[in-house]
Design a protein around this ligand. Structure first.
Ligand SMILES: Cc1ncc(COP(=O)(O)O)c(C=O)c1O
Length: 380
């Protein structure tokens, strides 16, 4: 997939910090996901937890079948901004929200038989009811993103499965992957069929969850298509997949400015952004974000430790090197900062939330959300 970022053409216009989603790059992802849907017969949904960017909802709705939400607020957001189906799964629903969730949702997925029994009567005839199961197979690279790890609360294991309570249940859902290839899905499907195969044919649909890294260079798209087609042919069920990351993958960046340059044993640049508040997965996963034009420490002539503008000592993006010294006012482009950033960021330390902007296909740069003190005041 050829993606060409054009952000450098509008860099002068950008007030930092700012997340900039590039419409053309996002559309490349959406076209590929649409192709997967067409070729495999799967219904491809956007997982809002990874990418909820309302200004781009019309574009997403052009290519995908709807949204999957993690509870009332995401379901409301899906209804307000997107077209298509709304699927809602939550580890546990609440009495005061369930009626609204049912009214909004086409599919409602429970995480336990207790929740199913509690809310089934309300949901019957209004939503297609499903259960999240835990296939207990996952090769997720890190524990924090492994839904099938030891003592996981996410999904029903085979040991806790109660077939006598399946009346009214039309679907099964699993989510076991994180940034993984079709081979990993194949292994999960084997485990799923081995444990729950007896119940698949009595279902109307099976949801294969998210974590499919479909839009990453080198992902075996044809293998995914074959896996889904074979599964559909074998069991005669509808198949859903609900990627989040694959929708927003490499669709834009976070642009920040250098505020100060210090020296304490090494050169340090302070930026008007924060790893902790604006790029939380760089600390949680953890991973090191790429910066356009920068190398690893020592690779180019000028090495700096880059730090955020908060008082958290560990608010550090990492050590990077550059061809030229950094100066106050220089802009840095952190690559691939659209998925799981905007949806997770905070106003920690009162730091300004980065604005949201779209670089349109026609080259127009548009700030679509402008954040200031209000955000901090409302949340504290
Ligand atoms: C139930 C469920 N579905 C879908 C997703 C989306 O996963 P990803 O963004 O990795 O594709 C997640 C992510 O945590 C999830 O928990």
């Amino acid at each position: 997939m050829k993606k060409i970022s054009k952000i450098e053409h509008v860099l002068d216009e950008i007030q930092t910090p700012c997340y900039v989603c590039e419409e053309a790059m996002l559309e490349e992802n959406l076209k590929l996901l649409h192709y997967v849907g067409e070729q495999s017969g799967a219904n491809v949904l956007l997982a809002l937890k990874g990418f909820a960017f309302k200004a781009l909802a019309p574009l997403v709705s052009k290519y995908l079948k709807g949204c999957t939400s993690s509870g009332l607020h995401e379901a409301l957001f899906a209804k307000e901004y997107f077209d298509g189906e709304i699927h809602t799964y939550s580890p546990a629903f609440k009495d005061e929200e369930i009626d609204a969730v049912i009214a909004l949702s086409h599919h409602l997925v429970f995480n336990s038989f207790a929740q199913l029994q509690k809310y089934k009567v309300k949901a019957l005839g209004k939503c297609s009811i499903g259960l999240r199961i835990n296939p207990e197979v996952s090769s997720s690279p890190v524990d924090i993103y492994n839904p099938c790890g030891l003592y996981s609360r996410l999904g029903i294991t085979k040991e806790n499965f109660q077939p006598q309570l399946l009346d009214g249940v039309e679907g099964l859902h699993f989510h076991a992957l994180c940034e993984q290839d079709a081979d990993a899905l194949e292994a999960v499907l084997k485990g799923f069929e081995a444990k729950f195969g007896a119940y698949i044919s009595q279902m109307k649909w099976i949801n294969f969850g998210g974590g499919h890294h479909i839009t990453r260079e080198g992902y075996d798209v044809e293998k995914l298509i074959k896996l889904i087609r074979d599964f559909r042919a074998k069991y005669r069920v509808k198949v859903y997949i609900e990627p989040g990351e694959a929708v927003g993958w490499q669709s834009g960046s976070l642009v920040a400015s250098v505020l100060d340059v210090l020296h304490n044993g090494m050169d340090i640049a302070l930026l008007d952004t924060s790893a902790e508040a604006h790029m939380p997965d760089t600390l949680a996963m953890p991973y090191k974000a790429q910066i356009r034009g920068a190398g690893e420490a020592g690779e180019k002539t000028y090495t700096y430790r880059l730090g955020g503008n908060t008082c958290l000592a560990g608010d550090i993006m990492g050590d990077y090197s550059f061809d030229a010294p950094l100066h106050v006012g220089d802009k840095l482009i952190f690559e691939d900062q659209i998925h799981y950033t905007i949806v997770k960021n905070t106003t920690f330390n009162g730091i300004k939330l980065p604005n949201l902007a779209v670089l349109r296909k026609n080259g127009k740069f548009e700030v679509v959300s402008n954040f200031g003190y209000e955000e901090y005041r409302r949340r504290n």
